[in-house]
Design a protein around this ligand. Structure first.
Ligand SMILES: [Fe+2]
Ligand SMILES: [Fe+2]
Length: 285
């Protein structure tokens, strides 16, 4: 079985759309037995997600996992989007929302999760207190935002951390109605159940938008990027995956940084597609 995979097409982003169209054309020519898109195809508002996914001319099963950008909305509720609206939209397009319904065929199972973050990948050397990560602004950015001045009260905000000026835009556009750690726990519990449900499969492929393993993190590129590491994923996702012995491959996206690592019996691969450079991979399983 040939699996053809991409992530991070970011079709609604002006700097990214032409590359996304070109990559989809390449994937249409390449073909395969099963198509898998691991999130960040487009933001939720409007119909660019439909426009993007409709460009795939693929006869076989088409599997989709959400990214954080599918939860971006100017509306009030990303949680409802994730659980109700997006599964319906994908179904109407003829795609399988594998977070609710894992794919199983010929002894192979493919499970998925958007994954999320709990700041466990935050860089200790930045010495930024947790309340900044929760608000998704660095101390230097909070200094410029009067409504967040209260975060700077206290003796735990170092001069060094005030030099970091960065925001993570999920803070503006993702409204989960619960904190990040609670959302992550819910997702892991669902992933764990889905993995157990397909446990009889000879091999399991897990497609997770956020990074499940520290070994896939990009190298250091300055303090702004180091701040962003808090939002790249969580080692708790990896711990869940490792509890299920038939998981042979873990595929992810999100960091826009191609990376591979062998974690016990698991081959972990970040597709590495990004705004400027689009990548797809094929796997013969
Ligand atoms: Fe992305
Ligand atoms: Fe992402």
């Amino acid at each position: 079985m040939r699996l053809i995979v991409t992530a991070d097409l970011h079709y609604n982003h002006p700097r990214s759309k032409a590359g996304a169209i070109d990559l989809i054309d390449q994937m249409n020519r390449a073909g395969g037995d099963v198509l898998l898109v691991i999130g960040d195809a487009a933001a939720a508002d409007g119909d660019e997600l439909e426009q993007c996914l409709s460009r795939f001319s693929f006869a076989g099963p088409r599997l989709f996992v959400a990214g954080n950008h599918e939860l971006w909305t100017n509306g009030p509720d990303s949680y409802e989007l994730y659980h109700q609206v997006l599964p319906r939209r994908l179904h109407n397009l003829g795609w399988q929302w594998i977070e609710a319904e894992p794919f199983v065929a010929d002894g192979l199972a493919i499970v998925g999760s958007v994954g999320w973050y709990d700041y466990s990948f935050a860089r200790d050397s930045l010495a930024i207190p947790d309340r900044f990560y929760e608000q998704k602004v660095s101390p230097g950015a909070a200094e410029r935002l009067p409504e967040l001045a209260h975060l700077l009260e206290g003796s735990d905000v170092s001069a060094q951390s005030r030099e970091v000026i960065a925001r993570w835009n999920d803070g503006k556009f993702v409204k989960l109605q619960r904190d990040d750690r609670t959302f992550l726990e819910e997702l892991i519990s669902r992933l764990d159940s889905n993995l157990a449900a397909v446990g009889a499969a000879d091999r399991i492929i897990a497609a997770i938008h956020h990074l499940p393993f520290r070994e896939l993190l990009p190298p250091s590129r300055g303090s702004q990027w180091d701040f962003a590491k808090a939002y790249l994923g969580s080692e708790k996702i990896g711990q869940c995956l490792r509890r299920h012995e038939n998981v042979t491959h873990v595929l992810c996206g999100h960091s826009h940084w191609p990376a591979e690592a062998q974690i016990g019996g698991i081959q972990a691969i970040n597709i590495g597609s990004g705004y400027r450079r689009k990548i797809f991979r094929t796997f013969d399983l």
